[in-house]
Design a protein around this ligand. Sequence first.
Ligand SMILES: Cc1cc2nc3c(=O)[nH]c(=O)nc-3n(C[C@H](O)[C@H](O)[C@H](O)COP(=O)(O)O)c2cc1C
Length: 227
Amino acid sequence: MKQTVSRRNFLAAAGTATMAVTAGASLAAESTGTAKNVKILGIACSPRKGMTTAKAVQLALDAAKGVDARIEVELIDLGELSIAGYSPKPPQDDFTAILPKLKDPALGGLIIGSPSYYRGMSSLCKAFIERCAPLREPTMVLADKPLGVVAVGAFRNGGQELTIEQIQAAMLCFGMVVVGGNAPAFQGATVLSTKDDISADTLGLDTAKKLGAHVAEMALRLAAKEA
Ligand SMILES: Cc1cc2nc3c(=O)[nH]c(=O)nc-3n(C[C@H](O)[C@H](O)[C@H](O)COP(=O)(O)O)c2cc1C
């Protein structure tokens, strides 16, 4: 769904996205009939390439792929990439190659993962989101697409839910539909890393799988409505 942006419909889009979360249960009854492939992109926002955040996002993507043969997934690991925050004159850095993937008409949903850094998102994650400004204007290209968020911390109560909330709040500005709520993934995927290893966190891994599957289900339903 394409929209031009004014201050009024920016606020309306954020409100619609919030309402859509509560409407999730009624969507369950709708048809998922679409012939098109639907792509789910995972964005891992740790500066450490291939580490626990990337692994947790990949797990969510694998679960998304397992939902239906029409689901395609791709992980974009921002680790070791150079991505500056917003600037009126967009810098030529590694974000340039990522932007077309976010504008792909086949994109059905996003899964964004961040390490919990002092109980919030990483600066790399914030920079990535700021650089997504071209996805809001002149058209809201992410509007109505599902968003799942993954957070990994080294402590059980290390701010994973706060980190998720920050990312969800930012992506509501893009009109995305926040996905969560499938127990035990209440807020999103909340993962515990012990010595750079998440494999022992059975509950956390389950939240990542549940979240990925939920994003895929929502993406298919929304694609069917557009077909
Ligand atoms: C600057 C910094 C701040 C951190 N703050 C927290 C924190 O508030 N809570 C927490 O649980 N872990 C914290 N950690 C640990 C990371 O969240 C954890 O190691 C995470 O798994 C790193 O993700 P990665 O393996 O993908 O790099 C912090 C790590 C760094 C480097």
